[in-house]
Design a protein. Structure first.
Lengths: 172, 376
């Protein structure tokens, strides 16, 4: 199993129908804010982050990836009581990183998807906490055990979710 | 320069987007707690919450039809049980009313003011913030229903949080287990004051309690009422663990309201300062009220001593001096207390004089102690 791609010819770029491109992030945000009220254990998932990563690695366009992450992050910020831009900054960087990485890595297989999501989840949380502490001045506590577990859970969820979302992508 | 930007187009766009967001953050941090939320926030909430409300209301309707009209198994038995429970509660209510009126009279005498809940508005929880770091909820009621920023949100079990932001048809509630939350609370048994807030993992903690306080698991934590948001005496939770620390204790709480499974809450829309009832204060003195509750001097049993007293023309037993009554109330004579006087019901005790009050205070009846401590 190869994780890296050596030649640009092997890189396949996908696109999504506009309806899917709009609805997938919207549904992810809706899932994130609605279902944890009924099922509190779902709070550990960050579905908008998973969608940001998926759209990034699939479309492989850094500008589109970072803008997608920015919009998703800002909408998420709007629904919290924190200042706008905390999730926005974190997801902008993740969107950019995922689409840049998508060019270099084979993100079609489950193992690479798991590892990529695991890494980006931790990066996202690190950026989120850094911005909260450094720029907003809110002393959020960092719990290593919880974050590592959440990264594992989200990475596992990503493998399943990406397989479902693969059905919507179209070859460019 | 242009070449450089073109060559690193992606990085340039990233830098610009990040700069705009950082700048926006700085502006927001400087102007904390603005009068109106930013438009993007209003739009996002206005887009998401109608769907949430529609689903929650549809779910409630289906649940209501099923449970109110179709699934009625065991309702008769439940009805019988509830009737029995009502009878029991009525008995409890009589006793509690007496205690409450007693407490009110004592509060009146000391000019003690307290806030009471005048009106509440039931609301349904329709959504959450969707973030582990922002423990907040959305309600299906908003500004048009009379909700305002800073209103207390409770359930029958205990405190939930406060209204953080209001929108026309929805409101955001900050839960007490959020890290940025802060609620004035006291340990009911010790009267030690602290602050309730959340931990990163969502636990509810009681902070700023000195390490020498003897807080124990099971202790009830109630609101102080000092923050002007929550009325005094609402149950916040119970202590589940106490860890010693250098200066302050680290106290974990089990919130009284189940913050993870909230469906319906009450928003306190009106609170009122309850003034001391003047007429009671004027007509009754503290000493009189205390005298009603304190034991008096029991009648002496008929015997040679009593006969001798009669012969000497001493005052009868029911005319005991205030001083003796007070002393007897403070420390009853063991033989007298143990021996029940024969004959008919003893006549009522005369109230002691005001001078006797200090003696009474030191040995208050146990159910009065918390009230007087609170007043102090």
């Amino acid at each position: 199993m190869r994780l890296s791609q050596t030649s640009p010819e092997q890189v396949e770029v996908y696109r999504f129908p506009w309806l899917a491109a709009a609805l997938i992030p919207a549904l992810a945000i809706f899932f994130q804010v609605f279902f944890p009220v009924q099922f509190p254990f779902l709070r550990i998932f960050d579905v908008p982050l998973l969608v940001t990563i998926f759209l990034g690695v699939t479309r492989r366009n850094p500008v589109t990836g970072l803008l997608t992450g920015c919009v998703i992050g800002l909408i998420q910020d709007s629904l919290t009581h924190h200042p706008l831009g905390v999730y926005g900054i974190a997801k902008t960087v993740v969107g950019f990183g995922a689409s840049s990485l998508g060019v270099k890595l084979d993100v079609e297989n489950a193992v690479s998807r798991f590892l990529v999501t695991y890494g980006f989840y931790l990066l996202h949380q690190f950026l989120y906490f850094s911005v909260q502490r450094g720029l907003v001045g809110e002393a959020l506590g960092w719990a290593w055990g919880h974050e590592l577990l959440a990264a594992l859970v989200n990475a596992a969820a990503a493998v399943a979710l990406f397989a479902v979302l693969d059905r919507f992508k179209q070859r460019n | 320069m242009e070449n450089l930007l073109t060559r690193h187009r992606n990085l340039s766009v990233l830098a610009v987007v990040l700069f705009i967001q950082v700048f926006g953050l700085a502006v927001q941090v400087r102007s904390k707690d603005p009068e109106h939320p930013p438009l993007i926030r209003v739009w996002a909430v206005a887009t998401v919450t109608p769907f949430e409300q529609a689903i929650v209301h549809a779910e409630s309707a289906v649940y209501g039809v099923w449970h109110n009209y179709l699934y009625l198994r065991g309702v008769r038995q439940e009805n019988r049980d509830l009737k029995a429970q009502i009878e029991q509660l009525r008995l409890d209510q009589v006793r509690l009313n007496q205690d409450a009126s007693q407490a009110r009279r004592l509060q009146a005498l000391l000019g003690f003011k307290e806030q009471s809940i005048l009106a509440t508005l039931p609301a349904q929880v329709v959504g959450s913030s969707g973030s582990e770091q922002s423990r907040s909820l959305y309600l299906d009621k908003g500004e048009r229903d009379g909700l305002r920023k800073g209103m207390a949100v409770i359930t029958a079990e205990g405190v939930v949080g406060k209204v953080l932001q209001v929108y026309p048809h929805t409101a955001q509630v900050l839960l007490i287990n959020d890290q940025s939350s802060g609620l004035g609370a006291i340990v009911e048994r010790l009267r030690a004051q602290g602050i309730v807030r959340g931990s990163p993992a969502g636990e509810t903690l009681l902070e700023k309690i000195m390490a020498d306080e003897e807080v124990q698991p099971g202790d009830r934590i109630i609101t102080t009422g000092g923050d002007g948001i929550f009325p005094k005496g609402l149950l916040v939770g119970t202590v589940i663990k106490v860890s010693p620390s250098d200066l302050f204790l680290r106290i974990g709480l089990h919130p009284a309201a189940d913050l993870t499974r909230l469906e319906e809450v009450l928003v306190v829309t009106k609170m009122q300062d309850v003034p001391p009832p003047g007429d009671v204060a004027a007509s009754q003195r503290a000493a009189d009220i205390l005298a009603e509750r304190l034991p008096g001097v029991p009648d002496k049993p008929a015997g040679p001593d009593a006969a001798r007293a009669d012969t000497l023309g001493a005052a009868p037993a029911d005319a005991a001096t205030p001083k003796s009554a007070a002393v007897a109330g403070a420390k009853p004579d063991p033989p007298h207390a143990a021996v029940k006087p024969a004959g008919p019901e003893p006549p009522p005790q005369r109230p002691p004089s005001p001078q006797a009050k200090p003696t009474h205070d030191s040995k208050l009846a146990p159910d009065l102690k918390p009230i007087t401590q609170r007043m102090q």
